[in-house]
Each structure stands twice: as structure tokens, then as C-alpha cells.
Design a protein around this ligand. Sequence first.
Ligand code: AMP
Ligand code: GLY
Length: 426
Amino acid sequence: MRILLLGNGGREHALAWKICQSKLLTSLYIAPGNPGTAKLGTNLSIAASDIPAICKACADLQIDMVIVGPEDPLVKGIADAIQSEPTLQHIIVIGPNKTGAQLEGSKDFSKAFMQRHAIPTASYASFEAHQWEEARAYVLNHSLPVVLKADGLAAGKGVIICESHQDAENTLRQMLLEKQFGEASAKVVVESFLTGIELSVFALLDGRHYQVIGHAKDYKRIGEGDTGLNTGGMGCVSPVPFADAAFIKKVEERVIQPTVKGLQEEGIDYRGFLFVGLMNCNGEPYVIEYNCRMGDPETEVVMPRLQNDLLELCRHVGAQTIHQTNISYYPEHFATVMAVSGGYPGSFEKGKKIAGLEQSFPNQHLFFAGIQANDAGELVTSGGRVLAVTSKGNSMSEAVAESLSVLNQICFEGIFYRKDIGYEFK
Ligand code: AMP
Ligand code: GLY
């Protein structure tokens, strides 16, 4: 099969690596990719969200399947664009259409969807600017902490947990009236705070059926012991001790099955990855959010742990036969640790030369995130999250220690990584 993978981060490097293991692969193209994916396929200098250019590349390169990494192209309608073009209709797109992508693209849509289908989630209300007085009263009477969320995509920054009513009113004003996140906060979801441990669960949907393909715990805060600002994700472990077969069964029965059924009942033909962000509240799963894609850095542990041929699974998505597959996992523990630029998630400098990448690490995966080649062909930093190192071990601690020992040999000015990934399970 001729595959086009969209995106350029650590998630896409991990997906590209997994795709390269497939016996079904003939050619892999990545748009735009990074220097890591360039070693596995052909990078195209096309932005992942440039829908007309992606459609043209699909035709020119006779692509059989498009696998979409990030949410942006999905929310903008890449799947719809490919499927509405008569010459491209044979292409299997792994990623939902624009309506399905609303599960991630609009928090109000996803909360209302969960309510319609009795899927466990925090109680909520949503408001627009013209409802200011009502919204203000709702927030001031809400129990604390209260969670305020911009309805639309806000680059992972649109969720604010407020500890006081004053803070909540100010945040609400900034979001709703001062349009802190532009159009994304033209509507605001106000919801109850959930207490528990978070888990990311991943399923592959074919429009009618699903398979769970993995889970992971993501460490989102910049500081050790889960302190400081939220980031895109500083590391992950999989499997997660509390996510045993009984817990995953609960997630399937209470969340994933009603989600698949609800999508079908609403006429949404959802084919692609579904990322369910959960809170484990005393053994009960509650949905924090849906994403219409794989997680980053979760993909960097989920793909190495998954034993199945990814393209074969994706081909079953196209044929709507994903239920006929059997998912299996490697028995080891997997951990990824993310190295980030100094200052991240605040402002940081780019273009720092990275030393150590020329070494070979045969037992680990080095997935490139914010890395580019400069004019001299040297690898330099180009983003906040720079490099994800994934290792496996007989225990979680062993896997984390392996990744740390690799990072100890990688160097760039300002490099930072958390050394306590998986800490609460050790
Ligand atoms: P999101 O952008 O929806 O992933 O939210 C970012 C983070 O905010 C989540 O990963 C949680 O840590 C936290 N969060 C979101 N909603 C809630 C909630 N209702 N209760 C507690 N924490 C939440
Ligand atoms: N790691 C969280 C996300 O991909 O949204």
C-alpha cells in the first residue's frame, strides 16, 4: 500500500516507524514530516492542514491510505475533502470527517454528545457572550474548584481550573468577553472538577465497530511530582497498573461502546483513532475529553507496545471489519521521556544544536518532535518538545531508567526532562 501520513511531531515519527514494520507497505510519504521520518519514507514539503495540496499529492502519488496525525486537518475537513473528490474516493482515510472531529473540535458538542448517550462525564453548562449575566451567576454559585474550557481548539491551553470564585469570574470574563482564545472561546464550557488519576485510552473505529489498541498515562505538568504549568506531555508509561482488564472492560462498556453506538445513531461515519481522556474516580471512568487522533507522547509508547500490523488494522477500518481482528501487546513495560527546550512551556529559544543523536541506540526509540536540519545539515531544536525517548523493560522503573540513560547522552543548550515519569506507580 502507498501511504501518506500527515504531521511532523514525535507522534508521527512513532507512527511512521510502526507503518514501516508492516508487510503491507510499499511506499511511505510524510507531509511535512521531520528529519526522523525522512529516514523512514519521503517527506513532502506540504503542511498537514493544506487540504488542496494534500489532495493533489494523493492523486499525483497514487496514495491508497491517508493516516492523519494531528487534529487540525481533521477539524478542517481533510477526510471530507478527500472523499468528495471522485478520483480519490478509493482512498482509506484514517481520521474522522469534519462532523466526527467535532468530538475534539468543540467541547460543547462533545459534552452534549456524552449527555445524549449517558456517557459518564463531569456535569456542565455552556454559555456564549450574550449570556454573560447567567454565566457569571452560574460560575459564582459553582462548587470549587471549577473548570472553565474554551469550546474550540486552543492549542492545549483552553482549560483553566479555578480555585476561587473571583478567579473563575475573571477567567470567564477573559474567555467570553475579551475573547482570550479568539473564536475558540466565543463559547465556554463550565464543568465540575473531577478528582482521580488520568488515563488515555485509544481505540480504532471503523464506523460500526472498534478495537482498543492501547492505553497510557501521560505526565502533563512541566515539573517533577506533577507541579508547574501544563505542557503537551512530558512522558508516558504503558501499561498502567490500575488499567487492568477489569478497568478497561468498564471503559469499553460505559464509554467506548456507547460512543460508537451514539456516533452511528447520529449518522456520523467515524473511521479513525479515538482518544478518550479519562479520569479514574475511585475505580469509575469519567470522560474528561475526546480527541479525534492519537495522543502525543502517548503514541510513542502505544505503538511500540502494540504487536499488530498497524496497516492491517487500518485496512480493516476501511473494510469495516475491525471487529474481526485480535489485538495483542508485547509483554514488556514501555516508557517514554520527553526532552524539551529550556523555558518551555513558556517562551524558549530554537535553533540549538543537538549533540549525541549520531550514536546508535539499538534497544531504544528516539522519536523526533521539535527537530529540524539547519542550512548546514545539522540537527537543531525547532520546538518546545524536542525528542521523545522510548524504552522497554521488565518493569516500568527499568523502562524509565533506560530512557533516562539515553537522554543522559543527548545534549542541547537548555535541555530539560522529567526524571520521575511513572513515579506514583514505583
Ligand atoms: P484538556 O485540554 O481537555 O485535555 O484538559 C487539560 C487538562 O485539564 C486535563 O488533562 C486534566 O488534567 C484537566 N481537566 C480537564 N477537565 C477537568 C475536570 N473536569 N476535572 C479535573 N481536571 C480536569
Ligand atoms: N498528550 C495529550 C494529547 O495528545 O492531547
